[in-house]
Write a protein that binds this ligand. Structure first.
Ligand code: WTA
Length: 656
């Protein structure tokens, strides 16, 4: 059974559980608001824009064009604001002493910390002054290579305060990946930490940064947070102890007024071709959108304790750990560790300890914990939970039911939120008081989102409610990315060229007879491994950079825990012989080139790769073999050497 069949087989509706009578939206309200958001976006978003504090109000709401060749996306374009003011200063009047961030460290024996809005304000102002003292100006880029510690949020908000553009690089990325991102965005400085505790181990972030900076301009400065106090090497004149500096500067830093369309951040993400793209998000539209989605999707109310277990290195962390919750004056939880350390009850221990009301995680984490047995959940009191969420990949019904029964106790709605780095915030999602759910479906569009299903080959829009095709969006929403950093052409090519007039998501989808959307996965060469997004092209180019490798092709295959696993076909140079040592060396090589998340799960030695007569690798065939579904290879008559296929089948690695 394929993943997709498994998902659609279970088609029952789960009604809205009691307790959501006072939700921000019930069904009629959702329908009415949705209708207005589509029919009259100017009025709808003009009103929603007022959820922020503006230094200068906007008079223009929407000014967007999806026409290939002149794609341009602007929202609230003449408005002036500052994101850090919206996430901090404006809350000080009423909630200075309320907790803004709960920090739960990796080691459960280390005490957790409650950072109030007042404290957050002081830290961010001080850090902003440190940035100014280092010569960071409006529009400069700052790379943040930090683990899940409050300083990551301070650093993001400090950049926003002085008008610098941050680019957070996931702390699991290797020095090479870090260097590429620093160079691509031309960052002036990097903020990192000495070492990062995670799952009882320590990641040497400063040492990684030292290695990365060997490949960057010598003008790039390095600000170091002392997380553990571990021994690190120090380059005088380049490295700055940020904790020390923060004590030296003033606790007040006036916010810089920014245009709504000034970039707030760049976040690199994988595509189907080439190197990762710098996705650029705006200040005004992005913040309006994440504030609104955080409030409605998670039905956020005063006093809630909101926990999204993502990492700040990914877009989910940007939108639903930092910007969305803080814009709404919420209490947001940051967890430094992993779900399975010191034991598989850690998530639930944290929910109990902090009285978490909304818990949001990835299906891969649910599957991993499910495999450890429900007794780890049942040990804890989860009665504070009102709602639970998933994000990042389709959730299989088995995991959905386990999550529903053991974590949500059948009384918490599950919001399955579908979106992308590019979309800024949730695009398809149930609203807890408005949408009956179906296990595995991200259900309905959020306000302002116009999904369409297109015929993949022709690009014709499918009119029937019940259908299957590729998912595109026919008009702009405020949280949409604005461009690819430094390459607007690539932005248009990637998202607007294949299906003219639409934003193309790269995902396949099915719409059922109730109009519910079911994401069936990427239709391009993007993999989703444990909820981490990766381009096959990136892994291939890392592999071929190894001197022993002549050629490589990477595809995904279904993996019980990770969703998708990484399957690499490798053709060695003539003078090389396959061996287990070489296989481990290649695994290590990819870890170093990209990071541990990109390590191939299976490497098959391929004397040749199936190619068309024009030399194009036939990925369709490689995917089938990797999926152990080689009976249905389809037409292979166009191959230049059909014989290679039999060899690949005979030596396939996935026989499960
Ligand atoms: C996939 C993560 C099914 C999808 C926020 C998308 C999902 C890619 C879901 C974006 C979901 C995300 N159901 N698939 N609820 N959420 N995806 O940029 O393939 O890391 O295109 O953003 O993840 O991954 P990204």
């Amino acid at each position: 059974m394929t993943k997709h069949e498994q998902v659609v087989a279970d088609n029952g509706m789960c009604p809205i559980p009691p307790g959501f009578e006072n939700a921000h939206a019930d069904t009629p309200k959702y329908l009415e608001m949705y209708r207005e958001s589509i029919e009259n976006p100017d009025a709808f978003w003009g009103r929603e824009g007022l959820r922020l504090d503006w230094i200068k109000p906007y008079s223009i709401v929407k000014n967007t064009d999806f026409t290939f060749g002149k794609v341009s996306i602007k929202w609230f374009e003449d408005g002036v604001l500052n994101a850090s003011v919206n996430c901090i200063d404006r809350h000080l009047k009423d909630r200075a002493l309320q907790t803004a961030i709960i920090f739960e460290p990796d080691d459960p024996h280390e005490s957790s910390r409650h950072i109030t809005y007042r404290e957050l304000s002081e830290k961010v102002n001080r850090m902003a002054n440190v940035l100014l003292s280092q010569g960071v100006m409006r529009g400069d880029r700052v790379v943040i290579y930090l683990p899940m510690i409050p300083e990551a949020a301070y650093a993001m908000l400090a950049c926003a305060r002085v008008g610098a553009i941050h680019s957070v690089v996931f702390a699991g990325f290797s020095p090479d990946a870090l260097a590429n991102r620093i160079n691509d965005c031309g960052a002036k400085l990097v903020i990192t930490a000495d070492t990062a505790p995670r799952g009882g181990k320590r990641t040497p972030l400063k040492a990684n940064t030292d290695a990365a900076l060997l490949h960057c301009s010598d003008k790039v400065r390095c600000l170091v947070v002392r997380r553990t106090g571990d021994q690190i090497s120090w380059t005088e004149g380049r490295d700055v102890d940020i904790s020390y500096m923060m004590e030296q500067v003033s606790p007040e830093c006036p916010p810089r007024p920014m245009g709504a369309e000034d970039p707030l951040f760049i976040l690199y993400t994988s595509g189907s071709t080439g190197k990762p793209k710098g996705v650029v998000h705006s200040t005004g539209g992005y913040l309006v959108y994440v504030s609104m989605t955080h409030e409605y999707t998670f039905d956020y109310h005063e006093g809630d304790v909101f926990w999204c277990s993502a990492d700040v290195g990914w877009v989910t962390g940007h939108s639903y750990i930092v910007y969305g919750p803080l814009a709404n004056g919420a209490t947001t939880l940051m967890f430094e560790g992993v779900p399975t350390w010191p034991d598989p009850g850690r998530f639930w221990a944290i929910c109990e300890k902090h009285g978490v009301t909304q818990f949001h995680t990835a299906p891969t984490a649910i599957r991993a914990l499910m495999a450890q047995g429900a007794e780890w959940v049942d040990k804890y009191d989860l009665s504070s939970l009102k709602l639970i969420g998933t994000v990042g990949e389709p959730i299989n019904p088995e995991a959905w039911h386990w999550y529903n029964e053991h974590v949500g106790k059948g009384r918490c709605p599950i919001v399955d939120t579908y979106w992308q780095t590019e979309t800024g915030g949730n695009m398809l999602t149930p609203l807890p008081g408005a949408t009956p759910t179906k296990p595995g479906s991200a259900t309905n569009p959020f306000f302002g989102v116009k999904p369409v299903v297109l015929e993949p080959q022709t690009g014709v829009r499918i009119g029937e409610v019940e259908c299957e095709g590729v998912l595109a969006i026919s008009d702009s929403w405020p949280g949409q990315m604005r461009t690819v950093w430094g390459d607007h052409e690539r932005f248009q090519e990637t998202y607007f060229s294949q299906y003219r007039g639409y934003y193309f998501t790269g995902d396949g989808c099915r719409r059922d007879s109730d109009g519910y959307y079911w994401i069936t996965g990427r239709v391009d060469d993007v993999l989703n491994v444990s909820g981490h997004r990766m381009g096959t092209a990136e892994i291939e180019s890392a592999l071929v950079a190894h001197p022993a490798v002549a050629e490589a092709a990477v595809v995904g295959y279904p993996h019980d825990l990770k969703g998708q696993g990484i399957y690499a076909y490798v053709t060695l140079m003539n003078d090389q012989t396959p061996s287990d040592e070489l296989r481990s060396e290649l695994e290590k090589w990819v870890r170093t080139e990209i990071g541990p998340i990109a390590k191939p799960d299976l490497i098959q030695w391929a004397p040749g790769l199936p190619k068309t007569r024009s030399g194009k690798i036939m990925r369709r065939i490689l995917r089938k073999i990797a999926e152990n579904d080689y009976g249905a290879l389809g037409d292979i008559s166009t191959l230049s050497d059909p014989g290679v296929v039999q060899d690949l089948i005979d030596n396939r690695m996935n026989r499960g």
